[in-house]
Ligand binder design. Structure first.
Ligand code: DON
Length: 309
């Protein structure tokens, strides 16, 4: 592996500096009590290119929960297990103008796989004998994509959300009542919250993004982990729906398919080039990291990463 490019390192350092004006802006996600215990000053960014070169800055040892970024993995696994038609018979592919945990965009079926109702639906489509087997399959895929075995459940985050998540519980029962799935709603909910509570670092998440940027292939062996067709659908969903109700504006400003989580991480995929993870826990109204989205905007400009230019 060759040495990381000095010019890129300088540009990232400068972009980080420029993003300092956003420090302290936004709110921590306290509706999951355990998330409120996180240091709001945590900050990390990692980029992994499709050759496997890694660029890491800030608190790159800090482990945070994936939260909604796990929706990307649930979608991939549901597509692997069921194919396109069966998944999109149960869930739509259009952006929702409502909050990520709103029950409004469900109607006949959830608006898209990247809101809560959509990810509860994709969770219901994951194969396995029981919740643990399904969860283990998800975890294995994450480990493979991150090229790391050191990833697991953040028990406190999982228990804290299971204890307080009346809204997701309501969504799960509602979906079941609509015939979106037949399984026990509590078990589907359990799997969904487990997936959200998987803990990893910015570097591990950026590596996951790099696999998507590399058309689903392992960065060293070039062996297929995810088919090109599934990558295409997943990255398109990230671009159109990944940042919730600001997805359109974000795509105009940043031009990088991305997915946010309420722990404060954002995963970006620049096809053919980079997987990127930015982590900073203070969030905007839509649940996206304020410094994270602004740093991605700066980086997109300074490193020429906008997919439309
Ligand atoms: O279900 C929830 O509300 C959380 N476990 C995940 C939400 C989330 O990350 C939204 N993203 N920005």
């Amino acid at each position: 592996m060759s040495i990381a490019n000095k010019d890129i390192i300088e540009k990232i350092n400068l972009a980080i500096k420029k993003s300092e004006k956003y420090i302290g802006m936004g709110e921590i996600a306290s509706y999951i009590p355990e998330l409120a215990n996180v240091n709001p000053e945590n900050f990390a960014i990692a980029l992994v290119d499709t050759q496997g070169h890694t660029y890491e800055f800030g608190d790159t040892d800090v482990v945070f929960s994936m939260q909604s970024i796990s929706k990307v993995i649930s979608l991939i696994m549901a597509l692997k297990d069921n194919g396109y038609d069966k998944v999109f018979e149960k869930v739509g592919s259009e952006r929702s103008q409502y909050k990520f945990n709103s029950v409004i965009p469900i109607d006949d079926k959830p608006a898209n796989p990247l809101i809560n109702a959509g990810a509860i639906t994709t969770s219901s489509l994951i194969m396995g004998e029981d919740v643990i087997e399904k969860y283990d399959r998800i975890l294995d895929l994450i480990k493979q994509m991150a090229a790391s075995d050191d990833i697991g459940l953040l028990e406190e985050v999982y228990l804290s959300e299971m204890d307080t998540t009346d809204i997701n519980r309501a969504i799960a029962y509602y979906l079941r009542s609509k015939g979106i799935f037949d399984d026990d709603a509590e078990k589907v909910l359990d799997l969904y919250i487990r997936n959200c509570s998987i803990g990893l670092t910015a570097k591990q998440l950026a590596h996951i993004g790099a696999i998507l940027a590399n058309s689903g292939k392992d960065l060293n062996s070039q062996k297929e982990i995810i088919s090109k067709d599934i990558v295409k659908i997943t990255v398109a969903q990230m671009a159109s729906c990944g940042m919730y109700e600001i997805s359109g504006k974000y795509l105009q400003d940043v031009g990088i398919p991305s997915k946010s989580g309420v722990s404060g991480a954002i995963l970006g995929v620049v096809p053919g080039k980079f997987g990127i993870c930015v982590y900073s826990p203070l969030l905007d109204q839509a649940g996206n990291s304020v410094r994270g989205k602004n740093l991605l905007k700066i980086l997109s400009n300074d490193l020429d990463l906008n997919i439309f230019l």
